[in-house]
Design a protein around this ligand. Sequence first.
Ligand code: PHE
Length: 339
Amino acid sequence: MIDKIKERIAEAEAFKAHTKEEIEAFRIKFLGKKGLLNDYFAEFKNVPNDQKKEFGQIINKLKSTAEDKVSALKEELESKEEVKGMYGDLSRPGEPVAIGARHPISLVKNQIIDIFSRIGFNVSEGPEIEDDWHNFTALNLPEYHPARDMQDTFFIQTDPDILLRTHTSSVQVRYMENNKPPIRTISPGRVYRNEAISSRSHCFFHQVEGLYIDKDVSFADLKQTLQYFTTEMFGKSKIRLRPSYFPFTEPSAEVDVYWGLETEIDHRITKGTGWLEIMGCGMVDPNVLENCGIDSKVYSGFAFGMGIDRIAMLLHQIGDIRLLSENDVRFLEQFKSAL
Ligand code: PHE
C-alpha cells in the first residue's frame, strides 16, 4: 500500500496541465470528496498499529504534494492570461505597419546628390539665415548693385545685414573660405525670395548648386558635366547653353535640355519649342574666387544652380508648387512607389 501511495506522489509531482479543466480534473482525482486521498484516509483504520505512523506521514505527503501542485499550476496559468490580456491574442497575425512616403523634394534632391556624388562631388550645407557678405557681397554683388533686385530678399527686420538666403551660392562662399582647391561640392537647401505666391512660384523653394574649382577648369568641362547630369537625370543628352548674366559668373549661361515634342505634355511644358530651361551656370568670376581667398591666377572653376521644386514638378507632373508645402497626405501618399 505504501509503495502505491509513493507512486501517486510521483505521479502528482510529474503532473502538467495547460488548461483550467485539466487542473480541476487533477484536483478532483486527488483531493476531491471521492478522491484518492479520502480513500487512503478511510483505509487508515485498517492499517496495523505499527505501520500507522509511516502510513500517516505518507498520505500527508501526498496531500501536500497534490495541494501544492494545484496552486502552482493555477498561478502559472493566471500569469499567462495576464500577458495575454496585455498584448491580446499573441498568435494573431501582425497589424500592417503604415509605411510613409518620401517627399517629392527629397526624392529629387537625393537623385541629384546621387548623380553628382558618382563623379566625385561631396555635399555641403549652410545656414538659411545668412549675412549680407555670404549671400551677396562675396558673390560680386556689392551694396547698391542693381542685380540685388534680381532676388527679392527677406531681411531680418532689426538688422539689415541679416537675411534669409536667396540662393545656396552662400554655401559655396562658405565652402571656399574653409577649403582649399580642388573643390567639388554640391549644396542643396531651402532658399527664400519675397515673391507673390501662386501655382508657379512660392516665397520659399529648394535649390541644388554645384561648384568645381581646380587648375585649368574650362567651359568645356562645365558643359560635359551638365550633359552627364541631364543624361543621368532625365535620360536626355541634348543640351544648349544660352548666354545669360549672373553677377558671380563670367561668362554665364542658361541651360536648356531638349525635352522633345513627342507627347501633348511635351508640347505644353516646352511651349511648343521642345526645349526646357533647367538651370543657370557659368565660370566663377575671378573676383568671387579672390573674395573667398582663392588665387584666381592659379585656379578657375564653374558653378551651376537649379531649382529642385521645378524639376520635381516636371518629373512627377505636379501642376501647383503649393502642393509641395501643404503636407496633404492625399498628395504625399502618391510617392510611395517612388524610391
Ligand atoms: N544662384 C543662382 C540663382 O539662384 C543660380 C546660379 C548658380 C547661377 C551658380 C550660376 C551659377 O539663380
